[in-house]
Design a protein around this ligand. Structure first.
Ligand SMILES: [Zn+2]
Ligand SMILES: [Zn+2]
Length: 394
C-alpha cells in the first residue's frame, strides 16, 4: 500500500532529521529498519529523497536511490518532484543523479512548471543546462542493435561511448567538439564519423516527430552532426588530422581578428536544420540574421543560449580557443584573452599574434588615461572579436 501523507513512524521522523544533518551512516542504519519505508511521506507529501535533494545532500540522495527511493514520486502538496527540489538547491550533480535515476523532465508542478522552468525561475542556470543536455545512454545504445530487417546496427557498439560523451557536452564550441573527437582514435575515421552523424540525424528526427517534441535536443543533435560531417571532409585517406579545420575555425580576419569562417559555419549549420517550421529555428534565425558578421551577438552565443539555457555569464571566463568555462590562463603579452591551457593558447597563436601587440598597446594607452576615461574605454578595449570570444554571454 502506498504511504499516506503525514503518517510517519518514529524511525521515519528520525530519518528526516538525520537527512537534515547529513549523517549518511545513521541514515543507512535507519533504512535497514523494518519501520522505515524509503518512500514515506511527511505532512507536506515530501519523501526522504525530496528532503535530501532540497538540502543538496548528494551522498544521501545516492543512498536513498540505492534503497529504492522513487525518483518520480509526485505526492507533494505543490506537485514538486525530487528533480524540482534538486533544481531549487542548485546542485547540478544531484540534478544529474536524478536524471540518471530516470526522473521525468516533463513532470509539472501545481502551477504547470517543469523542473527546468523552475530552475530558470530561481536563477539556477547550471541546472537548466544539465537538464537540457541530458541524454540517457540507453537511448543511444538502441542504435547499437540491429533494427528491423537490417543485420548491421546503425552504430557500432564501440562508438556509443565516445559519441555519448560528445552529445552530452554543454560546451557547444565547434573547436571543443573537435577536441572531443580527437580524444578518441576510434572517431578519427571517416566511416566512423559518418555513422555517428547518421545516428544523430535519426535522433534529431525522432525528437521532432515524437509526441512530446524536443526542439532543443533536435537542434543540438543536428548541429553536432554538422560538425562531424565537416570533420569527415578533413579526414582524407592517410591523413587523420583535424588541426587544419581547427585553424580555419580560429583564423581571425585582418581588420579585427574576428573568426569569420567559424561564424559562417555555425550560421549555416543552424540554417540547415531540416525542420523549417520549428519555432526554435525561426527564433534563432530571427536573432542571427540581422547581425552583421563580427558584431554581437555571435551565432555561437545565440545557439549556446538556446540550447543550454545559459544567459548572461558575467563572472565566468571563457577560453578564446574552445569556449570552455573557467579558463584562467591569460595571454602574458596583451593580458586580454583567456585560455584553458597552453595547448589552447598554442592553437590560437597563429592568428592572435597579428593583433596581440595592438591589443597590448591599446590596453596600456587606456591605463595611461584618467580614471574616468579608463572606465569608459575599458568597455571597448580590445578588438571586438577577441573580446567577444571571451565574454560570450554578452
Ligand atoms: Zn580551451
Ligand atoms: Zn595576447
Amino acid at each position: 500500500m502506498a504511504p499516506k501523507k503525514g503518517e510517519l513512524t518514529e524511525e521515519e521522523k528520525e530519518l528526516v532529521q538525520v537527512i537534515s544533518k547529513g549523517n549518511v551512516q545513521d541514515a543507512a542504519q535507519l533504512l535497514g529498519s523494518k519501520e522505515v519505508r524509503v518512500n514515506c511521506l511527511d505532512e507536506h507529501g515530501m519523501t526522504p529523497l525530496m528532503h535530501s535533494a532540497y538540502k543538496g545532500k548528494e551522498d544521501m540522495c545516492k543512498l536513498l536511490l540505492q534503497h529504492g527511493a522513487d525518483v518520480n514520486c509526485n505526492e507533494h502538496e505543490h506537485g514538486y518532484t525530487a528533480l524540482m527540489f534538486a533544481c531549487l538547491s542548485g546542485n547540478k550533480d544531484i540534478v544529474w543523479m536524478m536524471l540518471e535515476a530516470g526522473a521525468d523532465t516533463d513532470a509539472v508542478n501545481s502551477v504547470g512548471r517543469t523542473a527546468a522552468q523552475m530552475a530558470a525561475f530561481v536563477g539556477q542556470h547550471d541546472c537548466v543546462t544539465v537538464i537540457n543536455n541530458f541524454f540517457p545512454r540507453e537511448k543511444l545504445d538502441y542504435y547499437t542493435k540491429p533494427q528491423g530487417l537490417s543485420k548491421e546496427p546503425k552504430l557500432p557498439v564501440k562508438l556509443a561511448g565516445p559519441l555519448h560523451k560528445i552529445i552530452t557536452t554543454t560546451n557547444l564550441h565547434p573547436v571543443k567538439i573537435i577536441f572531443l573527437i580527437q580524444e578518441n582514435p576510434l572517431l578519427l575515421d571517416q566511416e566512423a564519423l559518418k555513422k555517428c552523424s547518421t545516428v544523430l540525424d535519426l535522433i534529431c528526427e525522432k525528437c521532432m516527430k515524437q509526441k512530446d517534441m524536443n526542439e532543443v535536443l533536435a537542434m543540438k543533435m543536428h548541429y553536432i552532426s554538422c560538425i562531424l560531417q565537416k570533420c569527415t571532409t578533413f579526414l582524407h585517406e592517410g591523413e587523420d588530422k583535424l588541426d587544419p579545420l581547427i585553424k580555419s575555425l580560429l583564423k581571425g580576419r585582418d581588420s579585427d581578428c574576428f573568426p569569420v569562417f567559424q561564424e559562417k559555419f555555425i550560421r549555416e549549420s543552424i540554417r540547415k536544420f531540416p525542420f523549417c517550421e520549428a519555432t526554435l529555428l525561426q527564433q534563432l534565425v530571427r536573432s542571427i540574421a540581422p547581425v552583421e558578421i563580427g558584431s554581437d551577438p555571435t551565432a555561437f552565443s545565440v545557439l549556446t543560449q538556446a540550447i543550454t539555457g545559459q544567459v548572461g555569464f558575467v563572472t565566468a571566463e571563457f577560453c578564446t580557443t574552445c569556449g570552455e568555462k573557467g579558463a584562467d590562463k591569460r595571454c602574458s603579452v596583451c593580458k586580454l584573452v583567456m585560455y584553458c591551457d597552453q595547448n589552447c593558447q598554442k592553437l590560437h597563436w597563429f592568428t592572435h599574434k597579428k593583433v596581440c601587440k595592438t591589443l597590448k598597446d591599446k590596453r596600456e594607452k587606456t591605463r595611461a588615461g584618467s580614471c574616468q576615461r579608463e572606465e569608459k574605454a575599458g568597455k571597448v578595449v580590445g578588438e571586438r572579436g577577441e573580446r567577444h570570444r571571451v565574454n560570450l554571454g554578452r
